[in-house]
Ligand binder design. Structure first.
Ligand code: NAD
Ligand code: DAU
Length: 333
């Protein structure tokens, strides 16, 4: 049996990965290491078999705790992060502590114990593209991050590369585009708009809403990460994407339509400072080298399922709704 530590496994994408591993790898045991920040929620991994998944509440920057866990593990899959751009613009410090110092702490532990490490990162490290640029990000695109969030993720990627080259750490990196699906915190774009509609609040679009994101269902992200963890070449970076480019305006209007509302019944609010215009991923390397294919590529039906999930799980998000909206209202968003 493989013992796999999943950092940030009580957050959005990490918890979806834990569910995926429990279903797909019956002889693996997962230990979730998560600080349970505002973004972590034990409900995301509730109900999984106790003999398959253990939970440790703790900080990835706690060197003693991390060392004791890593010593007993075969692999670490590192999702834990401060993940929201808007928060990083208000208060960057936790992003430095978790995304940089936390990643450094994990790297030192896997180096000491020679444990396989997979680092989860984002397409935002590459900055942004023009709307009419036919180019997409590849593994060779130069790093050019825009926000405190994306710059700390870029820094963490570079730490991983240095630990591979200088110390022989057995690591891979994947950089994925925007995920959507169940368990995503309602501060994020898609769940914020769905829960706004349920709560009788008009959806909020930053600026003109022409910014493009490359959407991938979180289940496809999970299958890609498992692929890279098991078959990826050490020291390599793999971009993960499912050809899902949509501008924000189209997404808001689709959410309203799917929820039976007037598709134009939303507000334009203050834009995000430094707002990246467009992200687009070319995932040819992952597909050609490791034979990975996304399965959940019908955005309309994935969005309908996501709307159904939030509608059916109001108890999961309702306690945080007022606080999240009050924070946005302060920024005129
Ligand atoms: P999230 O904010 O939903 O979850 C982050 C989790 O990390 C939470 O459970 C939180 O409690 C935990 N955490 C935060 N700081 C911690 C610390 N110091 N120690 C231990 N645990 C801590 O984030 P997400 O959207 O699930 O993103 C997960 C990872 O995927 C991040 O590394 C992010 O950069 C990356 N990523 C996200 C997306 C996306 O679309 N959301 C896309 C590509 C990559
Ligand atoms: O590209 C991957 C990244 O995707 C991840 O690295 C980040 O962790 C994740 O949060 C996400 O970053 P974005 O900034 O793209 O996601 P967010 O959901 O915050 O916003 C998506 C788009 O929607 C962006 O252009 C801003 C816009 N937006 C966002 C909110 C919250 C709105 O128009 N209205 C909103 O209310």
């Amino acid at each position: 049996m493989a013992e796999v530590i999943v950092t940030g496994g009580a957050g959005f994408i990490g918890s979806n990965f834990v569910h995926h591993v429990v279903a797909e790898r019956p002889d693996w045991h997962v230990t979730v290491l998560d600080k349970l920040t505002y973004a972590g929620n034990l409900a995301n991994i509730a109900g999984l078999p106790e003999d398959r998944v253990s939970f440790v509440k703790g900080d990835i920057a706690d060197a003693d705790l991390v060392d004791a866990l890593v010593e007993k593990a075969d692999a670490v899959v590192h999702y834990a992060a401060e993940s929201h751009n808007d928060n990083s613009l208000q208060n960057p410090r936790p992003f430095i502590d978790t995304n940089l110092i936390g990643t450094y702490t994990l790297l030192e532990a896997v180096r000491r114990h020679n444990v396989r490490f997979h680092h989860i990162s984002t397409d935002e490290v590459y900055g942004d593209l023009e709307l009419d640029d036919p180019a997409r990000f590849t593994e060779h695109t130069p790093y050019n991050p825009s926000s405190p969030y994306s710059s700390t993720k870029a820094g963490s990627d570079l730490l991983v590369r240095a630990w591979v080259r200088s110390f022989g750490v057995q690591a891979t990196i994947s950089n994925c585009s925007n995920n959507y699906g169940p368990y995503q915190h309602i501060e994020k774009f898609i769940p914020r708009q769905i829960t706004n509609v349920v709560a009788g609040i008009r959806p909020k679009l930053y600026g003109a809403g022409l910014n493009v994101r490359d959407w991938i269902h979180t289940n496809d992200h999970s299958s890609a990460v498992l692929k890279v963890l098991e078959e990826g070449r050490i020291g390599e970076t793999y971009l993960i994407g499912a050809d899902g480019e949509q501008n924000n305006k189209t997404v808001v209007e689709l959410i309203l339509e799917l929820m039976g509302k007037d598709p134009h019944d939303y507000d334009h609010v203050n834009d995000r400072p430094g707002h990246d215009l467009r992200y687009a991923i070319d995932s040819s390397k992952l597909r050609a080298e490791l034979g990975w294919q996304p399965k959940f590529t019908d955005f309309r039906s994935g969005l309908a399922d996501t709307i159904a999930w939030y509608t059916e799980h109001e108890e999961w998000w309702a306690p945080q709704k007022a606080e999240v909206e009050a924070k946005y209202a302060k920024a005129g968003q």
